[in-house]
Design a protein around this ligand. Sequence first.
Ligand code: URA
Length: 206
Amino acid sequence: MKKKKYDRLKKECFEYLREVFAPEERIFVFGEGNLNARIMLVGEAPGEEETVQQRPFVGKAGKILNMFIETLGVGRDEMYVTNIVKFRTVKKNENTGRLSNRPPRRQEVSLCMPFLLREIQLVLPRVVVSLGNTALQALSSNVRAAIGKEHAKTANMTLPGGETVCLFPLYHPASVIYNRSLAGVYEDDLKKLGRLMRERFDRGTP
Ligand code: URA
């Protein structure tokens, strides 16, 4: 039942994005995982490796994410993992012609947001973990929200259908690659997330 809905949603999303972008211009990557997950992770946008494999978080950031997930004692197969934006957002170096990732623009976020909300509604996890600033700002509907201030602070998020889910903001796993000093903060935040999950999951509260 949920699988059918998921397949339809993914198809609808890709058809919609194909109308917006030239077919060869973008490779789309949809969320994946356990459709009955109690925890959903939401990143920013796929990177290069993710577009090759057409799966979220399978590159460098994904490897770090997997390590973090292990510390929570939850398998990745128990989670649903997705991104705000369903395609790689890039900038081109005019001298070398090389592409590198850039943060998504507001318009790109707005384009994909309705599909993400429907993904959340479909899975209806107890906790949605936003990874990094883009995901935090999009999910808290606050473009001024800053992960440096909001990390590990829970908030309630109301879905278009009126359902509420708990939002837990984490730094983006890639930020630890660039800023090693965040490793300790990340560890503490994961401990808090572990506690929150035990609370929410054991008590059976929705
Ligand atoms: N970074 C993200 O935010 N998402 C991915 O899927 C990969 C890297």
